[in-house]
Design a binder for this molecule. Structure first.
Ligand SMILES: [Zn+2]
Length: 314
Protein backbone atom coordinates (compact mmCIF):
# COMPACT_ATOMS: atom_id res chain seq x y z
CA UNK A 1 0.00 0.00 0.00
CA UNK A 2 2.93 2.37 -0.53
CA UNK A 3 3.60 4.38 -3.69
CA UNK A 4 6.02 1.72 -4.98
CA UNK A 5 3.37 -1.03 -4.51
CA UNK A 6 6.02 -3.26 -2.94
CA UNK A 7 5.34 -6.97 -2.49
CA UNK A 8 7.45 -8.89 0.03
CA UNK A 9 8.05 -12.57 -0.54
CA UNK A 10 9.08 -14.06 2.79
CA UNK A 11 7.95 -10.85 4.39
CA UNK A 12 7.67 -9.92 8.03
CA UNK A 13 5.55 -7.44 9.92
CA UNK A 14 5.75 -5.81 13.34
CA UNK A 15 2.52 -4.71 15.02
CA UNK A 16 2.51 -2.49 18.08
CA UNK A 17 -0.88 -1.89 19.71
CA UNK A 18 -3.18 -1.23 16.72
CA UNK A 19 -0.49 0.03 14.34
CA UNK A 20 1.89 -1.55 11.84
CA UNK A 21 5.29 -0.47 13.14
CA UNK A 22 7.55 -2.03 10.52
CA UNK A 23 7.35 -4.13 7.38
CA UNK A 24 10.10 -5.74 5.31
CA UNK A 25 11.93 -8.98 4.63
CA UNK A 26 11.27 -11.55 7.31
CA UNK A 27 14.95 -12.13 8.11
CA UNK A 28 15.62 -8.42 8.61
CA UNK A 29 12.48 -7.87 10.65
CA UNK A 30 13.28 -10.89 12.81
CA UNK A 31 16.84 -9.71 13.35
CA UNK A 32 15.77 -6.24 14.39
CA UNK A 33 12.68 -6.97 16.49
CA UNK A 34 12.67 -10.57 17.77
CA UNK A 35 14.45 -9.66 21.01
CA UNK A 36 11.71 -7.20 21.99
CA UNK A 37 8.72 -9.03 20.48
CA UNK A 38 5.95 -9.96 22.87
CA UNK A 39 4.45 -12.59 20.61
CA UNK A 40 5.72 -14.21 17.44
CA UNK A 41 3.24 -15.55 14.89
CA UNK A 42 4.47 -17.89 12.18
CA UNK A 43 2.58 -17.15 8.94
CA UNK A 44 4.70 -19.38 6.74
CA UNK A 45 2.77 -20.25 3.58
CA UNK A 46 0.19 -17.52 4.13
CA UNK A 47 -0.45 -14.26 2.33
CA UNK A 48 -0.98 -11.02 4.23
CA UNK A 49 -3.02 -8.47 2.31
CA UNK A 50 -4.09 -4.93 3.15
CA UNK A 51 -7.72 -4.80 4.31
CA UNK A 52 -10.39 -4.51 1.63
CA UNK A 53 -12.51 -1.39 1.36
CA UNK A 54 -16.17 -2.10 0.60
CA UNK A 55 -17.52 1.10 -0.91
CA UNK A 56 -21.27 0.43 -0.87
CA UNK A 57 -22.87 -1.28 2.12
CA UNK A 58 -26.28 -0.87 3.75
CA UNK A 59 -25.52 -2.03 7.28
CA UNK A 60 -29.15 -1.56 8.33
CA UNK A 61 -30.32 -4.06 5.73
CA UNK A 62 -28.41 -7.00 7.17
CA UNK A 63 -31.53 -8.30 8.94
CA UNK A 64 -33.44 -8.13 5.64
CA UNK A 65 -31.44 -10.74 3.77
CA UNK A 66 -33.75 -12.72 1.54
CA UNK A 67 -36.86 -10.53 1.87
CA UNK A 68 -36.66 -9.17 -1.66
CA UNK A 69 -35.37 -11.75 -4.08
CA UNK A 70 -36.44 -11.88 -7.72
CA UNK A 71 -38.22 -8.53 -7.98
CA UNK A 72 -37.47 -5.37 -9.95
CA UNK A 73 -35.90 -2.36 -8.23
CA UNK A 74 -39.07 -0.34 -7.63
CA UNK A 75 -40.94 -3.32 -6.14
CA UNK A 76 -37.81 -4.09 -4.13
CA UNK A 77 -37.74 -0.56 -2.72
CA UNK A 78 -41.40 0.33 -2.37
CA UNK A 79 -42.88 -2.98 -1.25
CA UNK A 80 -40.06 -4.73 0.57
CA UNK A 81 -37.17 -2.54 1.70
CA UNK A 82 -38.80 0.73 2.70
CA UNK A 83 -41.54 -0.97 4.73
CA UNK A 84 -38.69 -2.83 6.48
CA UNK A 85 -36.41 0.20 6.96
CA UNK A 86 -39.24 2.46 8.09
CA UNK A 87 -40.00 0.13 11.00
CA UNK A 88 -36.44 -0.04 12.30
CA UNK A 89 -35.41 1.38 15.64
CA UNK A 90 -31.95 2.63 16.54
CA UNK A 91 -31.39 -0.62 18.44
CA UNK A 92 -32.32 -2.64 15.33
CA UNK A 93 -29.80 -0.64 13.36
CA UNK A 94 -27.13 -1.29 15.98
CA UNK A 95 -27.73 -5.05 15.89
CA UNK A 96 -27.95 -5.12 12.10
CA UNK A 97 -24.66 -3.21 11.79
CA UNK A 98 -22.95 -5.54 14.27
CA UNK A 99 -24.02 -8.56 12.27
CA UNK A 100 -23.06 -6.94 8.97
CA UNK A 101 -19.68 -5.88 10.40
CA UNK A 102 -18.87 -9.40 11.57
CA UNK A 103 -19.48 -10.68 8.05
CA UNK A 104 -17.41 -7.86 6.56
CA UNK A 105 -14.49 -8.65 8.86
CA UNK A 106 -14.75 -12.33 7.97
CA UNK A 107 -14.30 -11.46 4.30
CA UNK A 108 -11.27 -9.26 4.93
CA UNK A 109 -12.94 -5.84 4.91
CA UNK A 110 -11.47 -3.26 7.26
CA UNK A 111 -13.22 -0.15 5.95
CA UNK A 112 -16.58 0.52 4.35
CA UNK A 113 -18.79 3.29 3.01
CA UNK A 114 -22.32 3.12 4.35
CA UNK A 115 -24.84 3.75 1.61
CA UNK A 116 -27.43 5.25 3.93
CA UNK A 117 -29.85 4.06 6.56
CA UNK A 118 -31.98 5.80 9.16
CA UNK A 119 -30.19 5.47 12.48
CA UNK A 120 -26.59 6.56 12.14
CA UNK A 121 -26.10 6.68 15.92
CA UNK A 122 -26.91 2.96 16.09
CA UNK A 123 -24.44 2.25 13.28
CA UNK A 124 -21.74 4.33 14.96
CA UNK A 125 -22.12 2.45 18.24
CA UNK A 126 -21.63 -0.84 16.40
CA UNK A 127 -18.66 0.37 14.34
CA UNK A 128 -16.94 1.58 17.49
CA UNK A 129 -17.21 -1.92 18.93
CA UNK A 130 -16.31 -3.74 15.69
CA UNK A 131 -13.01 -1.91 15.20
CA UNK A 132 -13.75 -1.18 11.53
CA UNK A 133 -13.33 2.16 9.78
CA UNK A 134 -16.45 3.58 8.19
CA UNK A 135 -17.90 6.56 6.37
CA UNK A 136 -21.42 6.57 7.78
CA UNK A 137 -24.34 8.19 6.01
CA UNK A 138 -27.95 8.92 6.74
CA UNK A 139 -30.38 8.13 3.97
CA UNK A 140 -32.35 11.24 3.03
CA UNK A 141 -35.55 11.53 1.01
CA UNK A 142 -37.67 14.68 0.91
CA UNK A 143 -40.08 13.87 -1.94
CA UNK A 144 -41.13 11.30 -4.50
CA UNK A 145 -43.09 8.10 -4.76
CA UNK A 146 -43.29 4.90 -2.79
CA UNK A 147 -42.59 5.99 0.78
CA UNK A 148 -44.73 4.15 3.37
CA UNK A 149 -47.52 6.30 4.84
CA UNK A 150 -46.40 5.97 8.43
CA UNK A 151 -42.90 7.04 7.46
CA UNK A 152 -43.95 10.17 5.61
CA UNK A 153 -41.68 12.55 3.79
CA UNK A 154 -39.09 14.46 5.76
CA UNK A 155 -38.65 18.17 5.13
CA UNK A 156 -35.52 19.31 3.33
CA UNK A 157 -34.51 21.29 6.41
CA UNK A 158 -34.77 18.17 8.57
CA UNK A 159 -32.65 16.16 6.13
CA UNK A 160 -29.85 18.72 6.16
CA UNK A 161 -30.00 19.63 9.84
CA UNK A 162 -30.06 16.05 11.10
CA UNK A 163 -26.99 15.23 9.01
CA UNK A 164 -25.12 18.27 10.29
CA UNK A 165 -25.97 17.18 13.80
CA UNK A 166 -24.72 13.65 13.13
CA UNK A 167 -21.54 15.16 11.75
CA UNK A 168 -21.02 17.18 14.94
CA UNK A 169 -21.75 14.17 17.11
CA UNK A 170 -19.90 11.35 15.35
CA UNK A 171 -17.36 12.68 12.83
CA UNK A 172 -13.83 11.58 13.68
CA UNK A 173 -15.00 9.56 16.70
CA UNK A 174 -13.86 6.02 17.63
CA UNK A 175 -10.21 7.13 17.46
CA UNK A 176 -10.88 8.74 14.08
CA UNK A 177 -12.27 5.54 12.54
CA UNK A 178 -15.74 6.98 11.95
CA UNK A 179 -16.41 9.72 9.45
CA UNK A 180 -19.80 11.19 8.65
CA UNK A 181 -20.71 11.81 5.05
CA UNK A 182 -23.88 13.24 3.52
CA UNK A 183 -26.32 10.91 1.84
CA UNK A 184 -28.82 11.27 -0.95
CA UNK A 185 -30.82 8.08 -1.38
CA UNK A 186 -31.48 8.68 -5.05
CA UNK A 187 -32.65 11.42 -7.36
CA UNK A 188 -36.22 10.07 -7.61
CA UNK A 189 -36.77 10.97 -3.94
CA UNK A 190 -34.84 14.23 -3.76
CA UNK A 191 -35.93 17.80 -4.46
CA UNK A 192 -33.56 20.18 -6.19
CA UNK A 193 -33.18 21.99 -2.90
CA UNK A 194 -32.02 18.82 -1.15
CA UNK A 195 -29.50 18.13 -3.91
CA UNK A 196 -28.09 21.64 -3.84
CA UNK A 197 -28.03 22.06 -0.06
CA UNK A 198 -26.37 18.65 0.30
CA UNK A 199 -23.73 19.72 -2.21
CA UNK A 200 -23.08 22.95 -0.29
CA UNK A 201 -23.19 21.43 3.21
CA UNK A 202 -20.72 18.69 2.26
CA UNK A 203 -18.40 21.30 0.78
CA UNK A 204 -18.67 23.48 3.87
CA UNK A 205 -17.79 20.56 6.16
CA UNK A 206 -15.21 19.17 3.73
CA UNK A 207 -16.77 15.70 3.66
CA UNK A 208 -18.17 13.24 1.14
CA UNK A 209 -21.55 12.55 -0.45
CA UNK A 210 -22.82 9.02 -1.10
CA UNK A 211 -25.64 8.69 -3.62
CA UNK A 212 -27.27 5.98 -5.74
CA UNK A 213 -26.85 7.14 -9.32
CA UNK A 214 -28.41 6.00 -12.62
CA UNK A 215 -29.60 2.64 -11.33
CA UNK A 216 -32.36 1.88 -13.82
CA UNK A 217 -33.56 3.29 -17.17
CA UNK A 218 -36.81 4.45 -15.52
CA UNK A 219 -34.78 6.79 -13.28
CA UNK A 220 -33.08 8.40 -16.29
CA UNK A 221 -36.41 8.73 -18.08
CA UNK A 222 -38.00 10.42 -15.06
CA UNK A 223 -35.13 12.91 -14.87
CA UNK A 224 -35.43 13.64 -18.60
CA UNK A 225 -39.19 14.17 -18.29
CA UNK A 226 -39.05 16.39 -15.22
CA UNK A 227 -35.80 18.28 -15.67
CA UNK A 228 -35.66 18.63 -19.43
CA UNK A 229 -32.17 17.25 -19.88
CA UNK A 230 -31.30 15.09 -22.85
CA UNK A 231 -30.08 12.09 -20.88
CA UNK A 232 -30.37 10.93 -17.30
CA UNK A 233 -29.27 11.55 -13.75
CA UNK A 234 -25.57 12.13 -14.44
CA UNK A 235 -26.33 14.77 -17.06
CA UNK A 236 -28.57 16.56 -14.58
CA UNK A 237 -26.05 16.29 -11.72
CA UNK A 238 -23.45 17.80 -14.04
CA UNK A 239 -25.82 20.67 -14.81
CA UNK A 240 -26.36 21.52 -11.13
CA UNK A 241 -22.65 21.07 -10.32
CA UNK A 242 -23.14 18.17 -7.96
CA UNK A 243 -20.52 16.15 -9.79
CA UNK A 244 -17.42 16.82 -7.72
CA UNK A 245 -14.50 14.83 -6.42
CA UNK A 246 -16.22 14.25 -3.04
CA UNK A 247 -19.13 12.37 -4.67
CA UNK A 248 -19.26 8.58 -4.42
CA UNK A 249 -21.75 7.53 -7.09
CA UNK A 250 -23.06 4.04 -6.37
CA UNK A 251 -23.87 1.76 -9.31
CA UNK A 252 -23.84 4.31 -12.17
CA UNK A 253 -25.11 1.62 -14.51
CA UNK A 254 -27.07 3.60 -17.08
CA UNK A 255 -24.55 6.20 -18.21
CA UNK A 256 -23.69 7.14 -21.77
CA UNK A 257 -20.37 8.18 -23.24
CA UNK A 258 -20.68 11.88 -22.52
CA UNK A 259 -21.79 11.14 -18.95
CA UNK A 260 -18.70 8.97 -18.44
CA UNK A 261 -16.76 12.04 -19.56
CA UNK A 262 -18.57 14.21 -16.98
CA UNK A 263 -17.81 11.75 -14.18
CA UNK A 264 -14.17 11.55 -15.19
CA UNK A 265 -13.68 15.30 -15.55
CA UNK A 266 -15.20 15.98 -12.13
CA UNK A 267 -13.20 13.26 -10.37
CA UNK A 268 -16.36 11.47 -9.18
CA UNK A 269 -15.74 8.04 -7.65
CA UNK A 270 -17.90 5.11 -8.72
CA UNK A 271 -18.83 2.15 -6.53
CA UNK A 272 -19.43 -0.85 -8.76
CA UNK A 273 -21.53 -3.56 -7.12
CA UNK A 274 -21.44 -6.51 -9.54
CA UNK A 275 -23.77 -8.83 -7.63
CA UNK A 276 -26.48 -6.20 -7.17
CA UNK A 277 -26.00 -5.19 -10.80
CA UNK A 278 -26.61 -8.70 -12.05
CA UNK A 279 -29.47 -9.28 -9.65
CA UNK A 280 -31.47 -6.16 -10.39
CA UNK A 281 -29.93 -3.27 -12.28
CA UNK A 282 -27.89 -4.29 -15.29
CA UNK A 283 -24.12 -4.10 -15.66
CA UNK A 284 -22.20 -0.83 -15.56
CA UNK A 285 -19.80 0.08 -18.39
CA UNK A 286 -16.86 -0.52 -16.08
CA UNK A 287 -14.22 -0.88 -18.78
CA UNK A 288 -15.24 2.40 -20.38
CA UNK A 289 -15.17 4.11 -16.98
CA UNK A 290 -11.72 2.75 -16.18
CA UNK A 291 -10.47 3.73 -19.64
CA UNK A 292 -11.74 7.26 -18.93
CA UNK A 293 -9.64 7.35 -15.75
CA UNK A 294 -12.53 7.10 -13.30
CA UNK A 295 -11.73 5.64 -9.89
CA UNK A 296 -14.00 2.56 -9.80
CA UNK A 297 -14.14 0.56 -6.59
CA UNK A 298 -16.05 -2.52 -5.47
CA UNK A 299 -19.08 -2.72 -3.21
CA UNK A 300 -21.34 -5.52 -2.09
CA UNK A 301 -24.50 -3.41 -1.56
CA UNK A 302 -26.83 -4.51 1.24
CA UNK A 303 -27.75 -8.09 2.14
CA UNK A 304 -31.08 -8.08 0.24
CA UNK A 305 -29.25 -7.01 -2.96
CA UNK A 306 -26.50 -9.57 -2.79
CA UNK A 307 -27.01 -12.07 0.02
CA UNK A 308 -23.38 -11.95 1.10
CA UNK A 309 -20.85 -9.39 2.27
CA UNK A 310 -17.82 -10.92 0.60
CA UNK A 311 -15.85 -8.38 -1.40
CA UNK A 312 -14.04 -11.26 -3.12
CA UNK A 313 -17.35 -12.65 -4.35
CA UNK A 314 -19.10 -9.29 -4.64
ZN1 LIG B 1 -27.49 0.75 -2.24
Amino acid sequence: MDPQKRVFRNGGLVVEADRIKAIGQSAEIFHEFSAIAGELVDLNGRILLPGFVNTHVHTSQQLARGIADDVDLLTWLHERIWPYESNMTEEDSYISTLLCGIELIRSGVTCFAEAGGQHVSGMARAVELLGLRACLTQSTMDSGQGLPDHWGVHSTDYCIQSQKELYRKHHETADGRIRIWFGIRQIMNATDRLLLETRDAAKELNTGIHMHVAEIPYENQLVMDTQGVDHGTVTYLEKIELLQSNLLAAHSVWVNKSEIGFLSKAGVKVSHCPAAAMKMLGFAPVKEMLDAGICVSLGTDGAPSNNRMSIGLS
